[in-house]
Design a protein around this ligand. Structure first.
Ligand code: SF4
Ligand code: SF4
Length: 192
């Protein structure tokens, strides 16, 4: 048996005479992985493998809470690494499943109905697809339709409070007056 290969570093073709030839087929992302990523708000690599929330701090988590990652959906890997990652994902899931009641963080976006114009900016921009328009509520200028944000689903990313054109959304614990008060205190400290 002879194998002829082009060696790019040497820049020439080599002819090998191996005793054994083992071929490995390519590992590619599953069909529809991009659609799933879009649906569940994951990030993907250019090839279509899923990306974890943080490579060191949250290696088996997705950005959305309660969904975990392991195996070849992440990237092509050997079975021992896959098993270790699956155990980590199962352990992370257990931290949720073992509780009777889940508590969410207090940093969530809150809508002031009296200022909301129902412009849909927050609905379109939220990376977690949380804000909804409640067509039965009346907002600013007696406009029918007001944004609602489910506190349990909000990830507190701060995007919609920054983008709302009517300034109708505030992030709990990071309200404008709180941030301004911190800035003023900082500048007073620096000036002293
Ligand atoms: S972006 Fe602001 S004004 Fe527009 S729908 Fe959302 S809360 Fe209402
Ligand atoms: S703070 Fe972030 S996660 Fe929460 S509703 Fe606004 S954009 Fe969505």
């Amino acid at each position: 048996m002879q194998v002829s290969v082009f060696e790019p570093i040497l820049g020439q073709r080599l002819v090998l005479n191996p005793d054994l030839l083992v071929l490995s087929s390519a590992v590619v992302p599953a069909e529809g992985s991009r659609d799933l990523a879009e649906l569940l708000k994951f990030s993907c690599t250019l090839e279509g493998f899923f990306l974890e929330a943080h490579v060191k701090l949250r290696p088996v988590d997705f950005p959305a809470e309660g969904i975990f990652l392991c195996g070849a959906a992440h990237y092509p890997k050997f079975i021992d690494e896959t098993i270790a990652q699956a155990q980590a994902a199962a352990a992370r899931a257990t931290t949720i499943l073992s509780k009777d009641v889940l508590q969410v963080g207090g940093v969530v976006a809150v809508v002031d109905e009296e200022k909301c114009t129902g412009c849909l900016t927050c609905v379109r921009i939220c990376p977690y697809d949380v804000p909804r328009i409640n067509p039965t509520r009346v907002g600013a200028g007696a406009i029918l339709g007001v944004a609602e944000i489910e506190a349990a689903a909000c990830q507190g990313c701060g995007i919609c409070p920054a983008e709302c054109p009517a300034k109708a959304i505030q992030l709990q614990h990071y309200r404008d007056e709180q941030v301004l008060a911190k800035e003023e205190a900082l500048f007073e400290l620096l000036a002293a």
